[in-house]
Design a protein around this ligand. Sequence first.
Ligand code: KG4
Ligand code: ZN
Length: 327
Amino acid sequence: MNSLCLGIETSCDETSASVIKNGQEVLANIVSSQSIHSIYGGVVPELASRAHLPLIVPITQTALAVAKVDYKDLSLVAATNTPGLIGALLVGLSFAKALAMSLKIPFVAVNHLEGHIFSVLLEYPDIEFPFISLIISGGHTELILVKDRCVYELLGTTLDDACGESFDKVAKMMGLPYPGGSFVEKLAGKGNRTIKFPLPQIDRYDFSFSGLKTAVLYYLRDTKNPKLEDIACSFQELVFDFLIAKIQSVVDEIGIRRVTISGGVAVNNRLRERIKAFAQKNEINYYFPRAEFCSDNAAMIAAAGSERYKRFGGSPLTIPALARTQI
Ligand code: KG4
Ligand code: ZN
């Protein structure tokens, strides 16, 4: 019998609902990004929670309509319960629990980072395990050894800013809109790598982006008529040098030559070019999800939830929302 999972994602500033069939086939994936935060240059947690509230029901109804299914057809509800903004998480989590309870179907809580790993599996279900997963988004920078579905070992994480956050902060310094990643990419495409910012020196598989951000700040402060295109290009290339150096060391040391890259920054076309060149040179298989599944979305939550339910059963309705957790 077919299973139909409704996924709900509200961990940050995207309200999303998705219906997937048999853990794999995406029938609908509706995402609404909140624009309110752009005037503040970053996500305001309280505004994010409030903005999810009027959207969660209509977004879910739209997902069901697009998938051409009814509430009574659903067999599972999955929602992100961690990590994220606590008020924002609570909106989707409480809604999902209440819906599952009223429909008398199981509920499963999903770690948002596990969702980002499954965003690649949605596209490439046959990737061989184990593989290395790099998650680069506005809130996360994680290097994870994926031993099997739902079996993970965290290898490294950021010590300060997340990778996407550094794009957002550098964009803000240059007067670009929020979220700034795509604007930095566009500007970088018109510039040259003329500025030597310092490459962060961080042990093992961890990351750090705040020193680089500060170097850009000082460069802007101390340079007369700075060429923004060159700053964007030099910054972006250095971030990608850093990511690639980390992938290189983990591949060399662990010896697994399959790498997935997901999260909002993974839509960056220059990153895709750089990874392609690096992977070809080093005989590494690499996998990016399609753009729709890179940024936050409920399809990846439904995919992770379906697998989690298959392996471990549902979650208790008492499971809390947690702002911080590791995978
Ligand atoms: O995965 P995501 O939608 O949300 C989080 O889980 O955080 O990622 C959003 C992040 C933002 O920091 C945004 O600036 C960044 O992804 N981003 C990009 C690009 N498009 C979005 N970063 C670099 N280049 C891009 N083209
Ligand atoms: Zn995310």
